[in-house]
Design a protein around this ligand. Structure first.
Ligand SMILES: NC(=O)c1ccc[n+]([C@@H]2O[C@H](COP(=O)([O-])OP(=O)(O)OC[C@H]3O[C@@H](n4cnc5c(N)ncnc54)[C@H](O)[C@@H]3O)[C@@H](O)[C@H]2O)c1
Length: 332
């Protein structure tokens, strides 16, 4: 099979998608577009593709089977709708869009066009996380009773593109960008949804108009409470999920390792060799196209992640707990 892939946006994450596509026999990367023409040109040269500065022209001329959208968040809605209208299946980077209203517009366009859309929630495809999910499902540590997720890193690093610091373009700061990974990880690990949010957000980063950090308490459809704390200020970087069970505990560092305790200190669990998460992500989309089913990071699921992030900011503004806007989706 020769499925043609075009990439919209030749920035930081685009090469991860292209590396994966280049490894997969059934995929043929054909073109890349970026308003920064030098970026498109050098990426095109590296993977033997055609370069464009206008992604609409690229999609109309190339008619790829799959459009991979790796644009700043405020352009996800416009590009996903345009790609759907051209009949392309879509791999859209996280977060799905700036807010749930935009997610609903994308959902409508995708449904009208009869194409598949997968949002790149890479946490699902990381082997350490898959191993943690198996431990939870097998009940080897008893019943999961709570989760604490901490992610700290200096957010204002010189290599981060400027748009990440503008709320109108990024939607928010660390809580939007990395928070969507945490929200996804919590929901996916428990196979449920976050239903209520109480959050406190701070704005002391000193660059742009985004937050510097925040903390949130979540109630979930599985009755398992979770807490998330993220700081973008300088300090000791951490990316750790602690899971507490009735018969033990677990520490997950995504992409690094998994540790369990059945009482006493942690021991590291062997995790099988990691397949490239971006290959697994493409495979998920290909399966959904072939079998005409929803991918695991479906529109409804990805919208739910945006809805939780939206609730974090709304809870901070109002000082009150927020019920997450599930858009009428039945919650398991
Ligand atoms: N899954 C992950 O782990 C992961 C990691 C990093 C980034 N991301 C996501 O990927 C997306 C892109 O992030 P990034 O770090 O690659 O950003 P980036 O700024 O490095 O890349 C975006 C590119 O889009 C280009 N662009 C902007 N407007 C355009 C337009 N109208 N037409 C064509 N090109 C345009 C920019 O010139 C830039 O090269 C974001 O949604 C981000 O959250 C996901």
């Amino acid at each position: 099979m020769n499925i043609r892939v075009a990439v919209v946006g030749a920035g930081g994450i685009a090469s991860d998608h292209l590396e994966a596509a280049a490894k997969m026999e059934e995929l043929a990367p054909c073109a890349v577009a970026d308003v920064q023409e030098d970026r498109a040109a050098s990426m095109a040269a590296r993977y033997g593709m055609k370069a464009y500065s206008d992604y609409k022209q690229m999609l109309q001329e190339e008619k790829p089977d799959i459009a991979v959208i790796t644009l700043p968040h405020f352009l996800h809605r416009e590009a996903a709708i345009f790609a759907a209208e051209q009949g392309c299946h879509i791999l859209l980077e996280k977060p799905m869009a700036l807010n749930t209203a935009e997610c609903d517009e994308i959902a409508e366009a995708v449904s009208k066009a009869g194409v598949k859309l997968l949002v790149g929630h890479t946490q699902h495809y990381t082997e350490t996380n898959r191993a943690a999910k198996r431990w939870i499902e097998e009940g080897r540590l008893g019943r999961l009773v709570m989760m604490n997720d901490r992610r700290h890193l200096p957010y204002d690093k010189p290599t981060r593109p400027d748009w990440f610091f503008e709320r109108a373009k990024a939607g928010g700061g660390i809580l939007t960008n990395l928070g969507s990974h945490t929200v996804d990880k919590i929901q996916w690990l428990i196979d449920g949804r976050i239903t209520k949010v109480k959050a406190s957000v701070d704005y002391f980063l000193g660059r742009g108009d985004i937050e510097g950090g925040g903390t949130a308490f979540f109630e979930t459809s599985k009755g398992i409470p979770a807490a998330m704390s993220q700081s973008g200020y300088p300090g000791v970087p951490i990316d750790e999920t602690e899971l507490l069970f009735t018969k033990g505990s677990m520490k997950l560092i995504s992409g690094v390792g998994l540790w369990v305790s059945e009482g006493g200190s942690y021991r590291q669990v062997e995790v099988s060799i990691q397949e490239n998460p971006f290959v697994l992500q493409f495979q998920d989309l290909l399966d959904s196209i072939r079998e005409d089913v929803e991918p695991s990071c479906s529109i409804a699921y990805s919208r739910s992640v945006v809805a939780v992030v939206e609730s974090i900011y709304l809870s901070n503004q109002s000082g009150c707990e927020r019920i997450v806007n599930q858009g009428g989706e039945p919650i398991a």
